[in-house]
Design a protein around this ligand. Sequence first.
Ligand code: FES
Length: 100
Amino acid sequence: MSRPVCSVEDLPVGEGRAYVVDGEQVALFRHRSGKVSAVQAACPHAGGPLADGQIDETVVVCPLHLTAFDLTTGEAAGGEGSIAVHPCRVTADGLVEVSL
Ligand code: FES
């Protein structure tokens, strides 16, 4: 089920923010293209804060040890683990909705 989490304006373009959605820590990203992405907030390697990672349109790079995770599949570059990817969208009135 989709949950409204924040306004898209709460997410600086090109950055991420962490939120708790139904008790789960989720990292939301707003891309320069306007799309948004949602993934689990903690890196599976050692718990790095993925919301603080660098992003481009397709990957987030963990700020601790620089593993890149695909924001569509969740797969790590090099095949070392994966993260949960959550469907998300921006509604017509500017809310970011996430499905867990
Ligand atoms: S904690 Fe993310 S790569 Fe190590």
